[in-house]
Design a protein around this ligand. Structure first.
Ligand code: NAD
Length: 267
């Protein structure tokens, strides 16, 4: 049994992870962490989600449970994730990181890969990771003659934009076409924008209701267009992927990996 700790246990992803971990035959829920002051601190995480007790309580300090787990699954906030990376790196603990919006601080995650094994992926769903490959294929085949626009929609609670998944999709297109996303991305448009610059990659963000996560990459050329779309209907798709990543990373010693590695999608 691989012993799992969940950071952000009371969050939307945390609760789904607790439920699925409790139902697993190969993973056991051994520890759970929330932010200091969260009302769920001190509760059994199993009881929190209405399933059987896990036999541990939610703590507000990862250092207090370091001996109890093998892999930390972290879906929290960038500042909390970065603290957890430093703690796990020092303690030699493996991690699965789903938190998005780390920006340039992602370099700290990559550096930690020198000492511990980490799966770090903005989207853990199998379908999205397949789309990453399809997008690369499309960009390679269609080239600079097609305009590329990325449209994403998420629930009203999401606090970063564009989504980490949309950014990754943009990076894949940019890398495949030999562009730098930092200089070719255009985020939303308003007013007298002038005609489209063909070497840009456009991003549009929708925030509404309880949309779990939709992404479309649109390639538009002369007389035709291709759209690659993924729609998540349920948060459990990300949680299943995160647990699969936890089982996979438990057998690695060091390095930073993504879901392409976990799913065997890399050439
Ligand atoms: P959420 O706000 O529902 O949950 C986050 C939880 O983290 C909250 O309960 C919060 O109290 C807790 N938290 C904050 N600071 C903490 C700390 N210092 N220690 C421990 N816990 C702390 O958010 P969510 O919808 O569950 O999403 C969390 C993150 O995961 C976001 O960055 C989101 O974009 C990302 N996400 C990634 C994927 C993926 O597949 N990679 C899928 C869904 C969401």
């Amino acid at each position: 049994m691989t012993r799992i700790a969940i950071a952000g246990a009371a969050g939307r992803m945390g609760r789904t992870l607790i439920e699925l971990c409790q139902a697993s035959d190969t993973l056991s829920l051994a520890a759970a962490v929330e932010r200091p002051g969260a009302p769920q601190v001190g509760l059994d995480p199993g009881v929190l989600v209405g399933s059987q007790p896990a036999g541990c309580v939610i703590v507000d300090d990862l250092a207090a449970v370091l001996d109890d787990f093998d892999v930390l699954i972290d879906f929290t906030l960038p500042e909390s994730t970065l603290r957890n990376v430093a703690t796990c790196r020092a303690a030699g603990k493996r991690m699965v990181i789903g938190t998005t919006g780390l920006g340039a601080d992602a370099a700290q995650v990559r550096a930690a890969g020198d000492d511990v094994a980490i799966v770090f992926a903005p989207n853990m769903s199998v379908g999205v990771n397949l789309c990453f490959r399809l997008i690369e294929l499309a960009a390679r085949a269609l080239g600079d003659d097609f305009d590329v626009e990325i449209v994403e929609a998420h629930h009203r609670h999401k606090i970063d934009a564009p989504s980490g998944t949309a950014v990754r999709m943009g990076e894949i297109v940019a890398e495949t076409l030999g562009r730098d996303l930092a200089t070719c991305a255009v985020y939303g448009r308003e007013g007298r924008t002038g005609p489209r610059d063909s070497r840009t990659i456009g991003f549009e963000t929708i925030r509404a209701g309880e949309i779990v996560g939709d992404h479309t990459v649109l390639f538009a050329g002369a007389g035709e267009r291709v759209e690659i779309t993924h729609r998540a209907a349920d948060r459990s798709t990300f949680a299943h992927g995160a647990l699969r990543a936890a089982a996979w990373v438990a057998a690695r010693d060091r390095g930073v990996f993504d879901m392409q590695d976990v799913l065997g999608l890399r050439d």
